[in-house]
Design a protein around this ligand. Structure first.
Ligand SMILES: [Zn+2]
Length: 274
């Protein structure tokens, strides 16, 4: 059974044992702790969710789709960084961000562009970084909060670069800088010797990667800065896993992030083909 409407459950606010059919949680007083039977299943979904793997699969799948979209453009040699680059038209159709789509009112590109990549090295670098940092953020914040941090940071990065006039842009690097920002926020919040060590270590990585961006062609440095700020602020606002278990609010924010992203891709295809 997917829903659980009777018997003992863990309250989605305080995490203590309560009754699925109780009008209020017996411990913290939260109303409707059973959430119409969905509290338990939601908790299970977000506890077992491996968002790092989901992002990896979605990025690789969309990269392949963008190449297949116009194979001749993908195979045209354009230097080392242009190996297996999808055409601009393919990326625009799938939801690339930038000042141009922004002026057309394509708000969803703030989310869809996170999962699009412009070449083999671009996606390789980004997926390796996501697979490095995603599990770390999940460990200290929790799986649902990782979804929120990743999404908010990516969107914040594109808001920054759209505002500053970058015409077209794609890639998960804003979100990656956001993961770094969230870990720096964790170090700051945790404090002590360990917290300071984490803050220094990941702060140095962020600075190093940011500076590196200026030495490579075609890198959207504003998205890196915006993503870092977005992830840092999200990290400050969200609770740490060790201080407060994820609650219904975290699940709701994560579910909304995923739903808006899926809706974004639907809208991108809709505007392109209808
Ligand atoms: Zn409770």
């Amino acid at each position: 059974m997917f829903r659980k409407t009777r018997g003992a459950i863990l309250c989605p606010s305080c995490g203590r044992l309560t009754n699925a059919d109780a009008p209020v949680c017996l411990v913290c007083g939260r109303r409707n702790p059973g959430m119409w039977g969905f509290a338990g299943p939601l908790r299970r979904v977000f506890r077992t969710l491996d968002f790092t793997n989901v992002v990896t699969v979605v990025c690789v799948a969309l990269y392949i789709v963008s190449l297949v979209f116009e194979p001749r453009a993908a195979l045209r040699p354009r230097g080392m960084l242009g190996v297996f680059s999808p055409s601009l038209e393919a990326l625009f159709t799938l939801g690339a961000a930038g000042a141009v789509p922004w002026r057309l009112g394509y708000w969803w590109t703030l989310l869809t562009a996170i999962y699009l990549h412009g070449g083999l090295l671009h996606i390789l670098f980004n997926v390796l970084w996501i697979r490095q940092l995603g599990p770390a953020v999940q460990e200290v914040y929790g799986p649902a909060r990782l979804v929120v941090i990743f999404t908010v940071a990516g969107a914040a990065g594109f808001v920054a670069s759209n505002t500053l006039g970058v015409p077209f842009t794609i890639g998960a690097s804003g979100s990656i800088f956001g993961l770094l920002g969230a870990i720096v926020a964790y170090g700051r919040k945790r404090g002590g010797v360990y917290g300071r060590m984490v803050l220094r270590q990941y702060g140095q990585w962020a600075v190093l990667l940011f500076v590196l961006g200026f030495f490579m062609a075609g890198v959207n440095n504003w998205a890196h800065a915006g993503g870092f700020v977005g992830g840092f602020l999200a990290g400050l606002v969200l609770s740490l896993a060790e201080r407060r278990a994820e609650t219904a609010l975290d699940w709701l924010l994560a579910a909304a992030s995923i739903a808006l992203t899926v809706l974004g891709f639907a809208l991108a295809l809709w505007t392109a083909f209808v």
